[in-house]
Design a binder for this molecule. Structure first.
Ligand code: ASP
Length: 338
């Protein structure tokens, strides 16, 4: 196959980015779980993302001639918008399929994904209500698969943007000596699944705070400490990370009512003040105001980093799309049609 893809002469900005990349490639061809990333992969993604962040609206030619499919079988706002914009800002052509795709007519995920892959796209971003769809897809597509959130399992690009946000705030390459409390629906949260893995990789101490009914039994394997009392959980911590109650995954059956949950675990000004004075408040969105987080803290409070997370999402996704689509080592992904 001849690719309709000429290398254009590079602008000064692009030369800058290439200098940051230093001919490095990721050790994986897809991103399904944070577990796939080695520490040197994390460093590469963060360094390139920071460089992209310096040129927020610049249109790069790096991925010109490549296409991307955004396959979102479940609703999305931030992730979908930022993956699409990121691809376009790298000069890719993009198209989207949604929950009203052929899957809703009874076609299997794999048949749908293999069909989309036949368009010779370079990257396919997959979100699904079911866990494991991106992992299965990755084995059978020539395109690089990026997990944009699968069921209760993982949401790796959310964790990457969260880690970048925390690292940049505190400075340094690791989170050794920092304590992060994750509050909320641990059981059904794919954000938790990826966040806990990246925080542990970076050396943070991780606490979790939630009613016992929202704590999965397997959580101990991550080396986190559970608190049933929110005040004790957030005392003197560096980061409070609030999660939404995942009602669409049946979480309401695990708490008395949302109001009562909020009384016990919602983040108010008084509670935030129990953390270190330098502490930051984070949330992956969508925030359910006055349930997960008190309305006055949600966006405007100087300790709230929620919109900073969103901004970092663009930079991290751009970095990942460039690194996965435009490999400099010439290696190609192995896959097998089923
Ligand atoms: N946006 C995140 C996700 O898709 C968090 C959430 O929906 O609560 O998992």
């Amino acid at each position: 196959m001849v690719e309709n893809r000429e290398r254009h002469s590079l602008s000064e900005v692009e030369v800058d980015l290439l200098a940051v990349r230093q001919k490095r490639d990721l050790s994986c061809f897809d991103l399904v779980s944070i577990s796939q990333l080695k520490n040197r992969d994390l460093e590469l993604i963060f360094e390139v993302a920071r460089a992209f962040r310096d040129y927020k609206t610049y249109k790069f030619s790096f991925n010109k001639g490549f296409s991307q499919i955004n396959a979102f079988f479940e609703p999305s706002t931030r992730t979908m918008a930022s993956f699409d914009l990121a691809a376009k800002q790298l000069s890719m052509d993009t198209t989207s399929v949604s929950s009203s795709s052929s899957v809703s007519k009874g076609e299997s995920f794999l048949d749908t994904v293999e069909t989309l892959d036949s368009y010779n796209v370079k990257t396919m971003i997959i979100r699904s209500a079911e866990s494991g769809v991106p992992e299965m897809a990755a084995k059978h597509t020539q395109a690089s698969i990026i997990n944009a959130g699968d069921g209760w399992h993982e949401h790796p690009t959310q964790a990457l943007l969260d880690a970048l946000t925390i690292l940049d705030y505190f400075g340094g390459k690791s989170l050794r000596g920092k304590t992060v409390t994750i509050v909320g629906d641990i059981m059904h949260s794919r954000v938790f699944g990826s966040l806990v893995r990246i925080l542990k990789k970076l050396g943070a101490d991780v606490r979790i705070a939630a009613p016992l009914t929202l704590i999965p039994k397997s959580v101990e394997k991550f080396g986190v400490k559970w608190f049933g009392d929110i005040e004790a959980a957030i005392k003197d911590v560096d980061v409070i990370y609030a999660l939404r109650i995942q009602s669409e995954r049946g979480a309401s059956g695990f708490i008395p009512t949302l109001r009562e949950y909020s009384k016990m675990f919602g983040i108010s000004r008084k509670r935030l003040d129990l953390a270190k004075p330098s502490a930051i408040l984070m949330h992956p969105g969508p925030v359910i105001r006055d349930i997960d987080v008190h309305s006055a803290l949600a966006a405007l409070d100087p300790q709230s980093f929620i919109l900073k997370q969103v901004e970092n999402g663009m930079a991290v996704r751009k970095a990942l799309l460039w690194l996965l689509a435009d490999r400099l080592d010439g290696k190609v992904k192995e896959f097998r049609r089923l």
